[in-house]
Design a protein around this ligand. Sequence first.
Ligand SMILES: Nc1nc2c(ncn2[C@@H]2O[C@H](COP(=O)(O)OP(=O)(O)OP(=O)(O)O)[C@@H](O)[C@H]2O)c(=O)[nH]1
Length: 365
Amino acid sequence: MKAFIIKVIRHYRRALLQGFGDREYSYQRYLAALFGLIGSVIALVMGINSILIDLYVLAGALLAASFLLFLSFSLLISAKYVRYHNMMKYMALTALLSLGVYLIYSGGVSNSGPLWIYIFPSVIFAFCGLKVGIMINLIFSVILMVMLYTPNGYFLATLYPVAFKSRLVLAFLTTVALSAFYEAARHSSYLNMARLKAKFEQESQIDELTRLPNRRGMRKKLRAAYHKAITTNQVFTLAVFDIDHFKNVNDCFGHEIGDEVLKHVSDVLRNGLRKQDVLSRWGGEEFLLLLPDTNGEEAFLLLEEMRKLIAASHYDQANEAITITFSIGYCEMSDAASLSEMIHLADISLYKAKQTGRNKVLAYG
Ligand SMILES: Nc1nc2c(ncn2[C@@H]2O[C@H](COP(=O)(O)OP(=O)(O)OP(=O)(O)O)[C@@H](O)[C@H]2O)c(=O)[nH]1
């Protein structure tokens, strides 16, 4: 039985937390559903108990609340009724608050009913977040005070001692304040985590040395470009750049100067791009360039320009100017059946460019 209950709880927890992209929304939905279920069972047990001790109006209120809470639980766990989820959250809350008002009014069993209101602040914040939560908690506090302190017990069917009333109100307001602090802290750490997640996600797609997109970041952009080209019926071109004899730079000047040269060529390439082009560091001394909405002929002219630009530039190291050249292979979208084939064909052209003398631009085919 215990294992079964744990299994059911795990199942719903997974379904509720993973079903939606927005984690905070999922969290509120999860809590609302869980509360709906637990609240409905408790209200049902209390309702049956009230029938047994002949408190029929109280029993009716508890059974109605139990039904509404169970209904909200059932709809909240189903992805089919997403558009009703917000409504369900507020319905569960309204059922709960109405029950609270009724318990204050009637006193419940032996005047102990109002003690249930201490669960309200945290439930309200969990359901509605900080701002709306503060509003609802304050409204409920006002209702509580009006009911308790209206002269002649106008809104009460029972009599509470004065000391009980003041402690009930003060303890309730303290619980509201503490729950609000807790919710504010939770929300701010949630925002912090979301910001850090976005930052790490972005960093993981950028090459540290050149600040260009790395292979991971570029793959994402390539998929988007490929999808866009197919839906808009456009072609694009991919070009692979590889520095010629880069090993010599490292061997002659050291790895650190090699790094500086990589930064230098990245800057020169970046400055030679059009606004829409995307350059990435694909591997060690290899760069991949995406030329959107560009066919092979147009690409050749652009790539030739870039090749000349690099060859004409140089990196100054002490009294020596290090000149860099690139071999470039490219492939137009229509020559390949897929993205990976495009990259493969551009690589083949690059290999040919290397084989036939370097410092040149070659198309596939
Ligand atoms: N400084 C530095 N060197 C790198 C980096 N990544 C790769 N390399 C170097 O790049 C060189 C690539 O050497 P090879 O693959 O032989 O190519 P190459 O010397 O450019 O010769 P070809 O490509 O045939 O013209 C190696 O010496 C690598 O150590 C890096 O991040 N920094």
